[in-house]
Design a binder for this molecule. Structure first.
Ligand code: 9UX
Length: 68
C-alpha cells in the first residue's frame, strides 16, 4: 500500500532544477515515485511508508533548494 504526500519546494526555475530535486528525493528510503511540478513547486511523493518532513527537507536542501 503506497501513500502519497505533497510538499512545496521553492527556488526551482528550470528543468535541471526539477531533475536535481527528483534525483535527491528519489534516494530517500521507501520512495517509489517523485513528480515535480515546476510551475507550482509541488512535489508529489509516493512511498511505501510515511516520510519524515526532515528527510524530505534534507534531500531538497542537498539538491540546492528549500521546502516552503
Ligand atoms: Mo536551471 Mo535551476 O539552469 O537552480 S538548474 S535554474
Amino acid at each position: 500500500m503506497s501513500t502519497t504526500q505533497n510538499f512545496t519546494v521553492t527556488g526551482m526555475t528550470c528543468g535541471h532544477c526539477v531533475a536535481s530535486v527528483t534525483e535527491e528525493v528519489s534516494e530517500i528510503a521507501g520512495v517509489e515515485t517523485v513528480e515535480v511540478d515546476l510551475a507550482t513547486g509541488n512535489v508529489a511523493v509516493t512511498s511505501s511508508q510515511a516520510l519524515e518532513d526532515d528527510a524530505v527537507r534534507a534531500a531538497v536542501e542537498e539538491a540546492g533548494y528549500a521546502l516552503a
